[in-house]
Design a protein around this ligand. Sequence first.
Ligand code: 4AD
Ligand code: MG
Length: 433
Amino acid sequence: EEIKVIRIEDVPHFVGQTVKIGVWLRQKRGSGKIAFLQLRDGTGFMQGVVVSADVDEALFKLAEHLKQESSFYVTGEIHEDSRSSFGYEMAVSAIDMVGESEGYPITPKEHGTDFLFDQRHLYLRHQKPYATLKIRDEIIRGIYDFFYQDGFLKFDSPILTDSAPEGTTELFPVDYFDQTAYLSQTGQLYVEAGAMAFGKVYDFGPTFRAEKSSTRRHLTEFWMIDAEMAWMHQEQSLDVQERMIAYLIQRVVDNCQTELEMLGRDADKLRSYTKLPFPRVSYDDAVKLLQDNDFDIKWGVDFGSPEETFLANYYKTPFFVVNFPKAIKAFYMKRHPTRDDVVISADLMAPEGYGEIIGGSERDTDYDYLKQRLIDQHLDLKEYDWYLDLRKYGSVPHSGFGLGLERFIRFVAGEDHIRETIPFPRTLNRLHP
Ligand code: 4AD
Ligand code: MG
């Protein structure tokens, strides 16, 4: 009878049966009598055991000489194994070599982070990137599901643009025939047009910022979700945002137990962040709180990482900072009804010092006001003619927000650095591999 070829994730269904799996060798150890093979196949990790007394000499020799990251089919009977976290292992009875591997660079010893990211194309095979990128996948699918269930239309905004809605200093220019185009910083302006056509829309794609800052939370290429809702004020937008965040965290807690364990991320702690509503603190009150705690911060400046970390430790859950100073926010944010110095905006801050994960606002609806704001911010009116049109033809209240995917993953997975959260990170100092 033909032996069934399966994947490691299906192993629990084959206890007591002999199966065949295509695998790579992560590591091995053993004595002259027994070889323990640490195997992986992309769906999971398991141990194969080769006992010299049970197999012919050639197989045992082969097992003992397998090199790290060589690939082969392994055949054997599946047993329960209460000592391993996976719970199963294979008693190996045959190995069919597929690909040799000589001098694999990422050895079991400790390596520096720079080295690991120089080897990112190989490092992806290891447990930490595996766990983080599985969580990324779960979150991505969760985002599509959330918006679908909530009645949003997926509305893809362009990546090549002629505008700089989030400021002109962080642009990547590209030659575009006889003019200059820029890689998109945010799809927001386009999803605003989409919201006037479809009511509730979102985009989800790569965005680019030529940030010269080399920090634990900045990428030059990152993925953003821009959501935009017509006929919605800021309070309703905050409701959507917190429901989305709680839903995504719950998905990861429910579906990524193994991965959270691999990363040493406490699932109970994550679960505690799904309690709604999230606190809302005004920028004014946040500044007061910081000043009362000996921060040397003046009203009107943006928070830095130390300020955000202090506030995060104070609230111990995700929280919104609302109504930032107008002078440090983008031109499109809605005016406050009674104050001239702040706008109807909100940043969602993650706990534990992971910092801002969402930026959003209600959008101003008035043609003349927005035109003046563009002029004040030295933006080119010609590039925004179509955007201003949205205020000419049936302008309605609308609000939206942008979630930084990698910022959010960094927080959920508990990663030290944002570069861990994307397959091939792009930063100030890295374009290769
Ligand atoms: O706060 P930002 O700049 O907001 C906007 O771009 C709005 N137009 C979004 C909207 O209202 N539709 O960026 C949104 C989010 C930030 O909160 C952060 O999570 C992430 O994008 N982000 C970055 N992530 C990684 N690397 C960077 N350099 C980032 N810059 C922003
Ligand atoms: Mg922001």
